[in-house]
Ligand binder design. Structure first.
Ligand code: CA
Length: 217
């Protein structure tokens, strides 16, 4: 899953980015509203964390512009705890709202919930056939047995399972599994798919030739 953090306080941006990277997210950072809006509109993020008080363009304006084009889930993170600001944020198209300072555990849970909801999934556990993935503990089981996966293998499995029953193209996997700074040429998605089939069963991921991959729903 790929997340954009639009936050101008460098320390907070760094901590959030590091935390989410450790959780296996591909993370992009923007430190002002203008670059944040550009990234938000050009990349198909799974979730966007958006500060309100930002240099160059405030969060409400970023959100208003984004909502004319995209439905990406947006979680507002801000020190402004006035009720009016919260209402204005939600009415501008935000999906959720968290007031600083917040617990990282709560932020993680809200991000998971937003991603689930936007994919039309109600449960934190995703399954297909004999494979079961728990998005809270980031663990994968096959026939009840835990299967250790590398972070990138997990990211590919999670994206495919979140979109099970749908065709997932290679381009979609690249966009949602890597961030801006990663060298995707040395990390070919097909290799991860082959590794996942070895670990989780050859039938777990079907290839639709020339189009992409499908995990059965
Ligand atoms: Ca700020």
């Amino acid at each position: 899953m790929r997340v954009l953090i639009v936050e101008d306080e460098p320390d907070l941006a760094r901590v959030l980015g590091k935390t989410l990277e450790e959780d296996g997210f591909a993370v992009d950072l923007a430190h002002d509203g203008e670059s944040g809006q550009h990234l938000a509109e050009s990349v198909d993020y799974d979730v966007i964390l958006l500060d309100l008080m930002l240099p160059r363009r405030d969060g409400w304006t970023v959100l208003g512009g984004l909502r004319k084009r995209k439905q990406t889930p947006v979680l507002i993170i801000t020190a402004r705890d006035a009720v009016g600001d919260r209402i204005r944020g939600l009415d501008s198209g935000a999906d959720d709202y968290l007031v600083k300072p917040f617990e990282l555990g709560e932020l993680r849970a809200r991000i998971r919930a937003l991603i689930r909801r936007s994919a039309g999934r109600a449960s934190a556990i995703l399954s297909s056939g004999e494979v079961e993935l728990d998005t809270r503990s980031r663990t994968v089981r096959r026939k009840g047995e835990t299967v250790p996966l590398t972070p990138k293998q997990y990211a590919v499995a999670e994206y495919l399972l979140m979109h099970r029953g749908e065709l997932v193209t290679r381009a979609m996997l690249y966009e949602h599994v890597y961030d801006e700074d990663e060298d995707t040429l040395s990390n070919v998605v097909d290799v991860y798919v082959a590794q996942l089939r070895r670990k989780l069963g050859q039938d777990f991921i079907r290839t639709r030739r020339g189009e992409g991959y499908i995990v059965d729903g």
